[in-house]
Design a protein around this ligand. Structure first.
Ligand SMILES: [Cu+2]
Length: 154
């Protein structure tokens, strides 16, 4: 009986569009932007440190509501990393999903996974004032420091 309940729970997770959290009933972190609207480039590097920790550099981002930013992502590490931008709740949901399915590939507009040495960009329009988050949700990375704070001001 217990096993059946676990199976049912796993199925409902799969059937639920968890990754739509950025545009679901949560507070919106924003939406994909148009390249022509980008008024600023921000380079964010991903890396591992010699002490075993992992990080984004910089680990914080301050923007204004309505601003469109070109996020230039670069994996300077020796292992895969990802960049996910979302509400705190959305990050935690995505993190729980990644813990169950660590090899899951996703191509949501608010997320990008990069191989060592690879780079990419996300153009994002921040719509709502508040505090948001960016993170790498490959299992263990968030706990080792791969998170950053986004402050969207009026
Ligand atoms: Cu990572």
């Amino acid at each position: 009986m217990k096993r059946m309940m676990i199976a049912a729970a796993a199925f409902s997770l799969l059937a639920t569009p968890v990754f739509a959290s950025g545009t679901g009933e949560h507070k919106h972190v924003g939406m994909p932007g148009k390249a022509n609207d980008a008024t600023r480039d921000v380079t964010i590097e991903m890396m591992e440190m010699s002490d075993g920790s992992m990080m984004f550099e910089p680990a914080s981002l301050d923007v204004k509501a309505g601003e469109t930013v070109r996020l230039k992502l670069k994996n300077d590490g020796e292992i895969d990393h990802e960049f996910v931008i979302d509400t705190d709740e959305g990050i935690q949901e995505h993190k729980a999903m990644m813990a169950k399915m660590p090899d899951m590939q996703h191509d949501e507009p608010n997320a990008m996974r990069l191989k060592p040495g690879a780079s990419g960009e996300i153009i994002w329009t921040f719509t709502t004032p508040g505090s948001f988050e960016f993170a790498c949700l490959i299992p263990g990375h968030y706990e080792n420091g791969m998170k950053g704070a986004i402050t969207v001001s009026n």
